[in-house]
Design a binder for this molecule. Sequence first.
Ligand SMILES: Cc1cc2nc3c(=O)[nH]c(=O)nc-3n(C[C@H](O)[C@H](O)[C@H](O)COP(=O)(O)OP(=O)(O)OC[C@H]3O[C@@H](n4cnc5c(N)ncnc54)[C@H](O)[C@@H]3O)c2cc1C
Length: 393
Amino acid sequence: MESLRRDPHCTGAARGRDAVTAHHDAVVVGAGIVGAACAEALSRSGMSVLVLDASFAGSGTTAAGMGHLVVMDDSPAQLALTAYSGRLWAALAPELPRNVEHEACGTLWVAEDDEQLEAVRAKQSVYADSGVATEILSPAQLAEAEPHLRPGLAGALLVRGDAVIYPPNGARALLQRAIANGASVREGVRVNAIGAREVIAGNERISCDCVINAAGALAPELTPGIPIVPRKGHLVITDRYPGFCRHQLVELGYLTSAHTMTTESVAFNVQPRATGQMLIGSSRELVGWDGSINRSIVRRMLDRALDFMPGLALASAIRTWTGFRPTTPDKLPLIGSWDEMPGLWIAAGHEGLGITTSVGTGQLLADLITGRAPAIDPAPFAPSRVLAGVGAH
Ligand SMILES: Cc1cc2nc3c(=O)[nH]c(=O)nc-3n(C[C@H](O)[C@H](O)[C@H](O)COP(=O)(O)OP(=O)(O)OC[C@H]3O[C@@H](n4cnc5c(N)ncnc54)[C@H](O)[C@@H]3O)c2cc1C
């Protein structure tokens, strides 16, 4: 993987005791896909940007994510941000390096029965109101589109504009674009504290006009009071079976699984990778930072997948891993100023949609910081809603 450029203003000598690093317009804490997108948008706006990551770019939740770029309609605000981000990703796609593995495979929201088909029709009308084109597939059309789905399904909603990427390389591609705009990236630098218009990392004090806390599920460590909790998810990846599955397949019940803060939930969600492999999800658990594999929930997740795609029983699973979605009480990310601390902005709490909404978040945040009119209403994402207790349900 191409290495990222270090900050030219911070020499070895400058990294000694109580060093003061050159002033930046913006310091982004966290080089996950959200921090990377913020750095890209801010640097494109002409700001001098420094990105710091305790580990390496794309190594946090971003590395554990599935990479589905998906329009979702759990709430009007979620629909606005995901549809906006989808448009930004589509515009970016031709310029992304091959290793981002952007595939415009589309999503099939699969309906099991007539009741779910009614929900598919309602979903189509909500999407249409937001300018998102969809098609309803009959059972025969669905069987033709995905021959390995079980017979007897009621149909599906096809969202052709949805896509998939390989998330860690997506983050690195966004950072490379930021670097081309003049930004600097330092990996292996843990931020100990965020102060008023400054960041403290080891013995360094880095002054800036604004700090962006994009530390994902770890954001509350740097900004106490942010109500973000880790929500564990498992993914299974199979060996290579090119063509077995052609679209991102999701059951209609997925939204309920994502929305409801139960201790445990699973939903059918299968993704074709450019390699011919398949990613099988998804699970949600509230178990703190316990990253161990929970065999019983993996079993439930795979049973759900086999129920929809019986032929998967013949596939070999080669690896299983877990990751932590940064989750807020109202399932919407925090994007905007943190009024408790001058110069502090938050871009965190993207739950299961941070790969999708990273680019919309970066653009929205850059518009707010530079005083431009944002393309979508920023109010539902304002961090002040959690200070005011809104969404604390
Ligand atoms: C199983 C699973 C499947 C998913 N599937 C999808 C999907 O298909 N589509 C989708 O849109 N989303 C998906 N998501 C959600 C998505 O992965 C996350 O929302 C997104 O990756 C969050 O990105 P982030 O940049 O906010 O956080 P992270 O990727 O965690 O980045 C935060 C960064 O901050 C750094 N950091 C933390 N503390 C400090 C500090 N003190 N100093 C310096 N650096 C620090 C970390 O090292 C890390 O690199 C999935 C998540 C999981 C777990």
